[in-house]
Ligand binder design. Structure first.
Ligand code: BG6
Ligand code: MG
Length: 215
């Protein structure tokens, strides 16, 4: 069994719960357009790119828009979202995450971010976590969305570690699929019924330690 030398982390839903802020911003857009957007609807957008999220939202509202209007909508939504996450503080880091990153570092394991979000740097900086990452691959560096493996392949390349020596931590089904397509181990963080393709699933990282990356 290949030894794990690097951990690649998704951001939203693994390191911090930003879904609530995405929800507030998407709901504000939907309400401005004259329809509602529920917390259940928001589940459909987890791990999904900004552009695809907007398409799903417009489908829910049965709302037709031109490409130009869509660009404006996505920009508005992001402006509101950035307003919310600009206030993010270290106390919003999900339980156990910082301790786990420190333990990985102490054990010589490389750490990378693999996120679809174009706001990753702002979030990591506000949480005071940027210094723990040896490589950061975010939505500004990739052209293909998860489940395409691009984001994780680039992360492994930047770290200089072979994919089979990497493990991915993900809360979205598409992210687990991306990890598997990259030929990496995958640890699901969240609901076992959704993340069944993963090699292991944990509820959260509150009790995570170095043993979790032993397969
Ligand atoms: C993912 C989130 O990490 O990033 C999605 O789970 C989000 O909900 C996507 O749409 C893109 O994020 P951003 O910050 O670039 O709009
Ligand atoms: Mg996620």
């Amino acid at each position: 069994m290949a030894k794990i030398e690097a951990c690649l982390f998704d951001l939203d839903g693994v390191i911090v719960d930003t879904a609530k802020y995405h929800y507030l911003a998407w709901k504000r857009l939907a309400n401005n357009l004259g329809f509602d957007f529920t917390i259940e609807n928001n589940e459909l957008l987890k791990g999904v790119s900004r552009v695809r999220s907007l398409e799903i939202l417009l489908e829910i509202g049965n709302y037709t828009a031109t490409e130009e209007e869509k660009l404006k909508m996505a920009a508005d939504k992001n402006e509101w979202y950035v307003e919310y996450i600009s206030k993010l503080k270290e106390d919003e880091i999900l339980p156990g995450v910082r301790e786990f990153l420190l333990e990985l570092k102490a054990n010589g394991i490389k750490i990378a971010l693999g996120s679809a979000s174009k706001n990753s740097m702002l979030i990591l900086n506000n949480l005071g976590l940027t210094k723990y990452f040896d490589a950061i691959i975010d939505g500004n560096k990739v052209s293909k969305a998860k489940p395409d493996p691009e984001v994780f392949i680039l992360g492994a390349e930047e770290l200089g570690i072979s994919p089979e020596n990497c493990v991915v931590f993900e809360d979205a089904k598409a992210g687990i699929e991306a990890a598997k397509a990259a030929n990496m181990k995958a640890i699901g963080v969240g609901d076992k019924t959704i993340l069944g393709l993963a090699d292991k699933v944990v509820k959260d990282l509150s009790n995570a330690n170095i043993d979790i990356i032993k397969f």
